[in-house]
Design a binder for this molecule. Structure first.
Ligand code: WT7
Length: 655
């Protein structure tokens, strides 16, 4: 089977950066030139400029035993020192590191000096509990400052954190604690979500309870932040209150240097298929690329910018672009505990107004949900502080891109669409906002120092104008170093497919347009085959969303007697349309619309109008479940859904 993915939609709009933006831009075309001249020397320079090494490295990349890379292998550094102490030592201790906004409206602003002191105290507590080099610590917290402080304190003592998203169940937490063999869990009584306290400590208790024979309990202590004011059960000797032990600990703590390849964290990717993988990241290379990409992609001016990435620390975006990148760069950032719509649908825009956020980074799923409610909500707030917008997590269709720019960015902010993965650790593909003319819907070009290609099944370049499989052709500093406890799965999943070429296989379909800009077409497993044409989910969804009635869409390929597979679409209609139109008429209109926009081959066989789409907790659509519905099967495993009830609602609506 050919891996060529047919390309059917064309986007020709381009937005070059304004003169004012270029004049103050942190990046310049020279970055591309120096990276192209000598890639390893380029990364060495970036690392030396952006980080402080306790022991400078002399080696850059060791790729003698692929796919196991070492970056800056003989250097030593302390990650937390780089994110905290050195900013204080440089005289920036009074700069705000975190503007924290709680969901109920309580808030705290914490300076670099204060955060440094807090992390030192926590580091002393950890060491007092016997946590040191190489130990694993599970972090199961809401988005509160203690979450960031915990990650940094674990890093400071050379231990390894495994952050588990607070929305995950006791079972998911348990399997992650067990897989990593965590000695300590840091949690809270609860946190605020959608206007009420959502408890966390009971899930920890449950995850640690009822060990069967031979099931070893590795956890010795549970450190609990008081946030939710909900009642909790207490196990004397095991459980400790943060507010009792942290303030009592010494504020003095000297950061020890650890080798560049010291493991920093494990992060489990649930993904849309398969058993979670513990993706392992290490220190020096990871921090280099997190800081580098944060600085240049977001055009960071740390003295004046207020940066806000809406991701939870439970995801890689919250690691690289809340905890590590921004703090390594001495940025001032906002973190927010709750959901976008609590207590009112303008909550995010209110926060942007309050803190005068200048750089804003979020996901297409959020943007589309705001499109669904309409522009009148953001219009009530002053968003004029914004000067740069970012997107991550899924393809952002041109329609949403333009809405984002017009409605949130006042028609003037550059938008950076950033492609990367938990596995890549940091941004790999993105426009540089002061250099690149941006193109709605395209992630565009690899960052300086990164080598990307689109290839066919045999690993040959497809060339401009063609689609295929996205690969990374050269090792990069923040690449995953393995899957925790499973080196074979690491090799098999990412490196075997293009072993001959030594390419990393990302699992995404992609296309290069005539200008050489990259378009992401969705996960390779989701590609449809209609009458022998490989069609991308992303393009048809993009076309559906371009219709004025549509808020969100997901398409899947369902078995079809005549065409092999047929396109089946699940569509959410904007509130304003739903009341005024009859659903059967709308569905028919949308079928014809896709036919006109893309071509008859892409016209959905069925369009189902639904109220919700099945999503993982990080907002990715689980198309495999929609395929079950489309093919009339019993719906498969729904445990990784954010809302497990959604599938029965959809099935009922489809019937
Ligand atoms: C997968 C990785 C990277 C942080 C958040 C997700 C998809 C990610 C984009 C983008 C199109 C994107 C890919 C990728 N993806 N960013 N800008 N355009 N698709 O991390 O959960 O590891 O997911 O998300 O399919 O492989 P993740």
């Amino acid at each position: 089977m050919s891996s060529q993915i047919d390309h059917l939609l064309d986007e020709t709009r381009q937005f070059p950066p304004s003169e004012e933006f270029v004049a103050r831009s942190v990046s310049s075309p020279a970055l591309y030139e120096s990276a192209a001249a000598d890639r390893e020397a380029f990364w060495a320079t970036q690392s030396r400029e952006l980080l402080e090494w306790h022991k400078p490295f002399t080696q850059v990349l060791d790729w003698s035993t692929p796919p196991f890379a070492k970056w800056f292998g003989d250097g030593e550094l302390n990650v937390a020192y780089n994110c905290l102490d050195r900013h204080v030592e440089a005289g920036n201790g009074d700069r705000v590191a975190l503007h924290w906004e709680g969901e109920p409206g309580d808030s705290r602003s914490i300076t670099y000096a204060e955060l440094t002191e807090e992390v030192k105290r926590v580091a002393n507590v950890l060491e007092g509990l016997g946590i040191g080099h190489g130990d694993r610590v599970a972090i199961y917290l809401p988005m509160i400052p203690e979450a960031v402080a915990s990650m940094l304190a674990v890093a400071r003592v050379g231990a390894i954190h495994s952050v588990v998203f607070g929305g995950f169940s006791a079972d998911s937490l348990r399997s992650r604690i067990d897989d990593a063999g965590a000695k300590l869990v840091i949690t809270a009584d609860g946190g605020y979500r959608k206007g009420r306290v959502s408890a966390l400590k009971p899930a920890v208790d449950q995850a640690l309870a009822d060990r069967g024979d031979g099931e070893q309990q590795t956890v010795e202590h549970v450190l609990v932040v008081k946030r939710g004011e909900n009642e909790v059960e207490w196990e004397e000797g095991r459980d400790l209150w943060w507010h009792e032990v942290v303030p009592a600990a010494s504020p003095e703590h000297t950061a020890e240097a650890f080798p560049a390849e010291n493991p920093l964290f494990i992060l489990y990717t649930s993904g849309t298929t398969g058993k979670p993988k513990g993706i392992l990241h290490t220190s020096g290379g990871y921090l280099t690329q997190a800081a580098y990409s944060h600085k240049y992609v977001f055009d960071l001016h740390p003295e004046t910018d207020v940066y806000w990435c809406t991701a939870d620390i439970g995801w890689i975006t919250g690691h690289s672009y809340v905890a590590y990148g921004p703090l390594a760069n001495g940025a001032t950032q906002v973190i927010y505990e709750g959901t976008p719509d609590a207590p009112h649908p303008g909550r995010w825009w209110e926060i942007i107004e309050k803190y005068k956020v200048s750089i804003f980074y979020t996901a297409p799923t959020a943007i589309r949900s705001f499109m669904k409610i309409g522009r009148s909500v953001p219009a009530k707030f002053d968003l004029s502080s914004l000067r740069l917008l970012g997107s991550v997590g899924e393809p952002i269709n041109p329609e949403a891109w333009i809405w984002y720019r017009d409605v949130i960015g006042a028609g003037k902010t550059p938008i950076v669409d950033t492609w990367w993965q938990t596995e890549t650790g940091a941004i790999m593909v993105s426009a540089l906002p002061g250099v690149t003319a941006t193109k709605p819907g395209s992630a565009q070009v690899p960052l300086p120092g990164i080598s990307i290609d689109v290839v066919d099944e045999s690993g040959s370049e497809v060339g401009n104008g063609n689609g295929g499989l996205l690969v990374v052709t050269e090792p990069w500093p923040s690449m995953l170093r393995g899957i925790w406890g499973d080196p074979e799965r690491f090799t098999e999943t990412y490196w075997e497919k293009f072993e001959k070429q030594g390419y990393y296989f990302a699992g995404d379909g992609a296309r290069l347009d005539q200008d050489g800009d990259l378009w992401l077409l969705g996960r390779v497993d989701d590609v449809m085959n209609v009458s022998g044409h490989r069609l991308s989910t992303a393009e048809i969804e993009s076309s559906l969303v371009a219709h004025e009635a549509t808020a969100e869409a997901a398409v899947v390929g369902a078995a079809d007697e005549t065409t092999g597979q047929a396109v089946v679409a699940f569509v959410i209609i904007k509130e304003s349309y739903l009341s005024a139109h009859d659903p059967a008429g709308l569905a028919q209109q949308l079928r014809l619309w896709v036919g006109e926009q893309i071509g008859a081959i892409a016209r959905p066989r069925d369009v189902y109008i639904v109220g919700e789409l099945p999503k993982t907790r990080s907002g990715k659509i689980m198309r495999r479940l929609l395929r079950d519905v489309a093919e009339g099967r019993e719906v498969g495993d729904t445990t990784t859904l954010a809302d497990t009830a959604v599938m029965s609602i959809i099935s009922a609506q489809v019937k």
